[in-house]
Design a protein around this ligand. Structure first.
Ligand SMILES: Cc1cc2nc3c(=O)[nH]c(=O)nc-3n(C[C@H](O)[C@H](O)[C@H](O)COP(=O)(O)O)c2cc1C
Length: 189
């Protein structure tokens, strides 16, 4: 299968002034340097339209999730967990997530967002996804990037990202072929 994979990058924060933009921008720079896939952005702020709008556009979200062959969740840690914005995105649809791989890039204080990632693994299991063991994690994230948004330890961060990406793409390809061959499911519960 030589067809391009669609990888969705999901913003895990909807906070005004979020650090998430810096981390996502770094990920996108690295992804664009790689070939073999197309990037889809899933941003809770954009899905809301006007800033005072309460609900996200579920139809638009569903379309993006359905189009994706794999996901990279860029998640901060809020009070030892993941964000309400992510929970809203995740719970807004069901089947479009099925039989697809999910990788994580996390950031935060001392834990580097890893507690949020471990919680997200439990949630994503319920959505019939495969979560990738290898992650990229930035602890004390505010001290990790220069003013231009480049990580100070760029080689280290890129090396972790490439390991995660290689495995994400392996699963994306394998599961895309499996979905094409056979509709996922067939079990009632
Ligand atoms: C409500 C809130 C709770 C937080 N709780 C934690 C935490 O439990 N552990 C941690 O490492 N960092 C915590 N932080 C720090 C965030 O991980 C850090 O500010 C990060 O930049 C937030 O992501 P964002 O700017 O993209 O929203 C918290 C931040 C906020 C706003």
């Amino acid at each position: 299968m030589n067809e391009k994979m669609n990888i969705a990058v999901v913003y895990g924060s909807a906070r005004q002034g979020r650090f998430c933009d810096t981390v996502v921008n770094w990920v996108l720079t690295e992804l664009w340097a790689e070939s073999g896939f197309r990037v889809i952005l899933i941003d809770p702020l954009q899905l809301k339209g006007a800033p005072d709008e309460a609900a996200i556009d579920v139809a638009m979200l569903e379309e993006k999730i359905a189009e994706a062959d794999a996901f990279i969740i860029v998640t901060p840690e809020y009070n030892h967990g993941y964000t309400a914005a992510l929970k809203e995105l995740i719970d807004s649809c069901y089947e479009p997530w099925h039989a697809k791989p999910v990788g994580f890039i996390s950031y935060g204080g001392v834990s580097g967002g890893l507690r949020a990632v471990e919680q997200l693994r439990q949630v994503f299991a319920e959505l019939h996804t495969v979560t990738i063991r290898d992650t990229v994690s930035f602890s004390n994230v505010w001290a990790q990037f220069d003013a231009a948004g480049n990580p100070f330890k760029a080689a280290e961060a890129k090396a972790s990202l490439l390991v995660m990406l290689r495995r994400l793409k392996w699963w994306a390809r394998a599961l895309k072929m499996a979905r094409a061959e056979n509709a996922y499911g067939g079990v009632a519960a």
